[in-house]
Design a protein around this ligand. Structure first.
Ligand SMILES: Cc1cc2nc3c(=O)[nH]c(=O)nc-3n(C[C@H](O)[C@H](O)[C@H](O)COP(=O)(O)O)c2cc1C
Length: 177
């Protein structure tokens, strides 16, 4: 199947991208075709809510987002990967998600399979509670078919003690999808 990956970290060699690399390795070994967009390095303007698109049309911004949206609509699975920033998605990936607005119904009707990956420095009970709720609502609202979540807490930097555990989890999830 075709898998589109959206990443949200400005650290090219950081924790969330490490897990994405493992996931992609597993998925590609399984014969899947992966297309990846690293949102912090792309031109993605935040949605300004002008409603020019009417939730189903062209956007006033002709940046990198139309290509990403076209790729999403050609894919079978979407993968979101983000560092936790103040208990939520990074602004970079959130800007891309907000731009789904112009293809909202089309994305919902695709019933895309989904995977979510998030990494956080803290290791306490509450650190993933906000994003977990957000992800659950997004899955429901966007009519996604949840195929896995890796909520990697206590993984604040490459080389952290939890790194291998989460790398193995990401690789095996990539192998399974
Ligand atoms: C702006 C900012 C906000 C952050 N907010 C949190 C937070 O709320 N909880 C937490 O545990 N870690 C927080 N962190 C730490 C990162 O989530 C953590 O280091 C993560 O592993 C970084 O992922 P990356 O290497 O993929 O960029 C924050 C880091 C930054 C730069």
């Amino acid at each position: 199947m075709k898998i589109v990956v959206l990443t949200g970290s400005p650290h090219k060699i950081g924790t969330s991208n490490t897990l994405v690399n493992e996931f992609v390795k597993g998925a590609e070994e399984n014969g899947h075709n992966v297309v990846r967009f690293d949102t912090p390095f792309l031109d993605i303007h935040p949605c300004i809510g002008c409603d020019h698109c009417g939730m189903n049309g062209s956007c006033v911004f002709n940046d990198d987002m139309p290509k990403i949206l076209d790729t999403i609509l050609e894919s079978d699975m979407i993968v979101f990967a983000t560092p936790i920033y103040y208990f939520g998605f990074s602004a970079q990936i959130k800007s891309a998600i907000d731009r789904f607005y112009s293809r909202n119904g089309k994305i919902q009707s695709k019933h895309l399979k989904s995977v979510f990956i998030a990494t956080a420095w803290n290791n306490d009970e509450q650190v993933m509670s906000g994003i977990k709720k957000h992800i659950d609502i997004l899955i429901d609202y966007l009519n996604l078919d949840n195929r896995g979540m890796i909520l990697a807490k206590g993984y604040g930097y490459t080389g952290a003690s939890t790194e291998n555990k989460y790398k193995e989890e990401a690789y095996s999830l990539g192998k399974r999808v």
